[in-house]
Write a protein that binds this ligand. Structure first.
Ligand SMILES: [Zn+2]
Length: 98
């Protein structure tokens, strides 16, 4: 039992959410390889970067993306992603939306 706990403590953690992952499940930053983020946090960071870049842009892609980003923010603020049944549907849907 103590060995399992020690192995868990030695697993690398995501620098964003703090959860432990296997090394191959983390993405390392180019000039700062000590920093690794999990796939879910990398996706979140990508969306944040895209929202910031699209803030003052009026391209078709940016205009289409804004309602999805606004809806996502509302859902997260309401905490729907943590609801027992609806949360599962919302999280699955989120993986397929822009
Ligand atoms: Zn993470």
């Amino acid at each position: 039992m103590a060995v399992a706990a020690q192995e868990e403590a030695q697993r690398p953690t995501c620098w964003c959410c703090g959860n432990a992952f296997d090394e191959h499940d983390l993405t390392r930053l180019g000039t700062h390889p000590e920093v690794g983020v999990c796939a879910a946090c990398a996706r979140w960071l990508s969306r944040r970067a895209r929202s910031t870049a699209d803030a003052d842009v009026h391209t078709v892609g940016a205009v289409v993306h804004r309602p999805f980003a606004a809806t996502r923010d509302l859902v997260v603020r309401a905490g729907l992603q943590d609801w027992p049944l609806l949360g599962r549907v919302v999280r699955r849907l989120d993986r397929h939306l822009p």
